[in-house]
Design a protein around this ligand. Structure first.
Ligand code: AMP
Length: 128
């Protein structure tokens, strides 16, 4: 079920638990400000998630309140992960769902990085 991206931060959300090492994940990369792992239910041949290490509920929250250092560290990590996953030449799509209409399910900001096949011209993930 989608959640509100405007609620106060909930320390028990799944990605907070992954960041604390309480839940296992298939890790791709981490730096001081970001942590990345494979989505447990991939919706494309490559489906990575990138979360900031700070406690940000949503893109709006992060954009409005994160420090310049956190924003830079996070965006640099996203770019580096696309390189690490060899997606730069073929291309990829980045999505951050926010709140109910965006169908955000986990209330900790995350970027979806999707690729590994031709995605739809619409913002659906595939044509099927
Ligand atoms: P969203 O709808 O944007 O909040 O996306 C949440 C994403 O988290 C979905 O694509 C889920 O498949 C993914 N997800 C949920 N639990 C886990 C988990 N334990 N490890 C990796 N990905 C997860």
């Amino acid at each position: 079920m989608p959640v509100s991206g405007k609620l106060p931060y909930d320390n028990s959300n799944i990605f907070a638990r992954i960041l604390r090492g309480e839940l296992a994940c298939n890790k791709i990369y981490e730096n001081e400000f970001a942590f990345s792992f494979h989505d447990i239910y991939p919706q494309a041949p490559i489906h990575a998630l990138v979360v900031p290490k700070g406690k940000y509920v949503s893109f709006s929250d992060f954009g409005a309140t994160a420090t310049a250092e956190e924003v830079t560290g996070f965006i640099r990590a996203v770019a580096l992960i696309t390189k690490k996953l060899s997606m730069e030449d073929s291309g990829y799509r980045i999505i951050a769902n926010m709140g109910q209409y965006g169908h955000q399910e986990v209330p900790h900001l995350h970027m979806h990085i999707l690729g590994g096949c031709q995605l739809s011209h619409r913002l659906a993930l595939t044509d099927s």
